[in-house]
Design a protein around this ligand. Sequence first.
Ligand code: GLN
Length: 512
Amino acid sequence: MNAGLKNVRDLGVADLGRGLAEGAFSSEELTRELLTLVAAQDRYGAFLATHEDSSLNQARRADALRAAGQSGPLTGVPVAHKDIFVTDFEHSGLASTAGSKMLAGYASPFDASVVARLGDGSRDGRLPGAGMVTLGKLNCDEFAMGSANENSAYGPARNPWDLGRVPGGSSGGSAAAVAARLVPAATGTDTGGSIRQPAAFCGITGIKPTYGTCSRYGMIAFASSLDQAGPMARTAEDCALLLSAMSGFDERDATSAQRPPQDFHAQMLRAREGASPGRPLAGLRIGLPREFFPAALAEDVHGAVRAALAELEKLGATLVDVSLPRTELAIPVYYIIAPAEASSNLSRFDGVKFGHRAPQYADLLDMYKKTRAQGFGAEVKRRIMIGTYVLSHGYYDAYYLQAQKLRRMIADDFQACFRECDVIAGPVAPTVAWTLGQTDKDPTADYLADIFTLPASLAGLPGMSVPAGFGQGGLPVGLQLIGNYFDEGTLLHAAHALQQATDIHLRAPAGL
Ligand code: GLN
């Protein structure tokens, strides 16, 4: 083995980029090393698929680009994708399943825009690529519905900090793979918390940018007005590097934001006015909504979040009390709007256009029924039924329309807060990761645990999870930071300052 590869597992994206630039190892060597690790360590259930030949081909191309002086900071660095992003099957050899039996073995004819931008660019040359190497596809809840990764048709993923616990969801495979140091970074998607909550449960860093920042083209749709992609990695710096590459306007997504390309890394580093060396966050006002610190919040979570806030204060930030009075309503509002959109989006899985078709049926209607009964899991069916109900004639006004009105009021509450503060902070989830096997017993308990992530999702605001400390059983706790629209730079800046001053984000689960 190349001596430069020693401890390569402990290196993040930025470090690996430097190692490649200095010639300490090649992308081919690095990719081979990580693929060997993935093959040997599938006790986490994080990966659904790898394809050695195509990954190594991509790595060799990246090495050639470096040799020709045409590389960027991400060229040749491995990344793995949540299996909700489609990957061009002919090019990558990787199927796209959305964690569902419905799409078992599904061979996409194209790459999702996020995959293309991080990788080799789009085939038609429309989108540039950052040259990252796709290491494989990651486990997730079926169609991204869940908070524990237990709704995957391909089995659960496990939390590397305690294999008897869930990694969170729906991007559970992404969080587990990064926390287990099988890959330096992964993509995730967040509809109601699915980047932030698994990042918190697994002790890594993740950011869901403002709705519209990353293209949804090729991201298998769950709830279109909420779905947003984002990076998951060990540090804010690594997230900033990935987000710069994966975001940007895309004419193939009608909700994609028309903005010039953003350099989130530069935004992360930009000094604040009035900041001095020991006080990089001087002048930053962090709002603490009282509804995010209820009496029922687990004590260990509360303690870790408070400790992280105290660190931010030491770095110059000031803490102010604010209120998001409709926080509790975010749960019923989200669990009407998201299933409503899901019921519409999932109508395309009818045995004709994509994926599974029942092998035996009497007539067309019977084919639809059997196909959908066989292809979808219990949680997906539950949401299709709820969604169809709330959209049906006679109930639309009472549920869906009402939920839309409340959604607007929740967004307005945030704007009122942002008159008093620059960033909002609180916990990501009310507890640390729970034990495996509870999702089936009481699915609505999982819904309630989304209380702190749903408000920012409904408002379309950027939200971030940063490792705050450890709670019960030595399990990680996440600090949530929420910013105003398109103010990812401030979130990344605050998280980076915290990570420069502390080492919580660098700790690894025992026994890797
Ligand atoms: N837990 C939430 C749900 O089940 C959020 C999922 C997500 O963000 N994809 O819908």
